[in-house]
Design a protein around this ligand. Structure first.
Ligand SMILES: Nc1ncnc2c1ncn2[C@@H]1O[C@H](COP(=O)(O)OP(=O)(O)O)[C@@H](O)[C@H]1O
Ligand SMILES: Cc1ncc(COP(=O)(O)OP(=O)(O)O)c(N)n1
Length: 265
């Protein structure tokens, strides 16, 4: 039987733990066929990002059109988008090939603090992509860059969700992985009417590389299979929890979260 398809519009991680590599293995783990529009090639390993080269915007557009016109897209997500020009091209192209559920992970920097976006690009994500998004999935650093809100507790997490929804997405997931001093990891999902706290144990590990990408692609895979946003996010949270619990060291720095548990569930 032909599987459902999910498209990732994102950068390559030479270390294999984040970016399109994380997305494709997560799609595979969900039984979904992964399609790719590559936006940038990063040079990175467990110690950080040494640099990146972006793909020309017209080539990003051509990749999306090629797979959408021939294979069909059941859901899509964005990760690293690199430049405002690529972001504008993605927005325009999705208008032409959509509609389908669309998840925006507003990747601004790696966890080691290296920029993955050129300077003017975050504003383009906010104005061009958020209004088109079914769901946006910022981490706490991205929340601060986008809204100025510092999330330190449940009340400020809710304030941040409300501020982010003003930019026009249908749903927002404010991820709580970087919240300080909590024994649980609580992500807050909202459409402005419902506020749903997704709580799970915080595992003690240094190895969380690729966590945001893995969560967003797990959600996208479930949306591609027809799940509602709350069901897709709840399933994604369970999936990433197990990936963090089984994360492994690789290299001298931060190791990747692990989807290998799906081979022995
Ligand atoms: N130590 C941890 N234990 C369990 N879950 C975690 C841990 N760190 C992050 N998560 C979960 O992983 C997902 C990614 O979160 P986060 O780290 O906030 O985003 P990002 O990887 O984009 O910085 C969220 O669902 C978060 O709750
Ligand atoms: C090519 C590429 N895309 C995205 C990221 C960031 O991934 P993320 O899941 O947020 O993981 P960390 O950077 O927090 O480990 C990346 N590093 N490279």
């Amino acid at each position: 039987m032909t599987p459902r398809t999910a498209l990732t519009i994102a950068g390559s991680d030479s270390g294999g733990g984040a970016g399109i590599q994380a997305d494709l293995r997560t799609f595979f783990a969900h039984g979904v066929h992964g399609l790719v529009a590559l936006t940038a090639v990063t040079v990175q390993n467990s110690l950080g990002v040494q640099g990146f080269t972006e793909i020309p915007a017209d080539v990003v557009t051509a990749q999306i059109k090629a797979v959408a016109s021939d294979m069909g897209v059941n859901a899509a997500k964005t990760g690293m988008l690199a430049t405002a020009e690529i972001i504008r091209a993605v927005a325009k192209t999705l208008d032409e090939v959509g509609p389908f559920p669309f998840v925006v992970d507003p990747v601004a920097a790696s966890m080691t603090g290296h920029a993955l976006l050129r300077e003017d690009a975050l504003e383009a994500i906010r104005t061009e992509l958020f209004p088109r998004a079914t769901l946006i999935t910022p981490n706490l650093d991205e929340v601060r860059l986008l809204t100025g809100v510092s999330v330190v507790d449940a009340a400020s997490q809710r304030t941040a969700a409300e501020a982010l929804l003003e930019f026009g997405s249908q749903w927002v997931l404010v991820k709580g992985g970087h919240m300080q001093g909590t024994t649980d990891c609580v992500d807050l999902l909202s459409d402005g009417r419902e506020f749903i706290e997704l709580s799970g144990p915080r595992y003690i590990t240094e190895n969380t590389h690729g966590g945001g990408d893995t969560l967003a692609s797990a959600i996208t895979a479930s949306l591609a299979k027809g799940a509602s946003v709350p069901d897709a996010v709840a399933a994604g949270k369970k999936f990433i929890e197990r990936c963090v619990a089984e994360a492994y060291p690789l290299g001298a720095g931060v190791g990747p979260v692990s989807p290998f548990w799906v081979l022995n569930p």
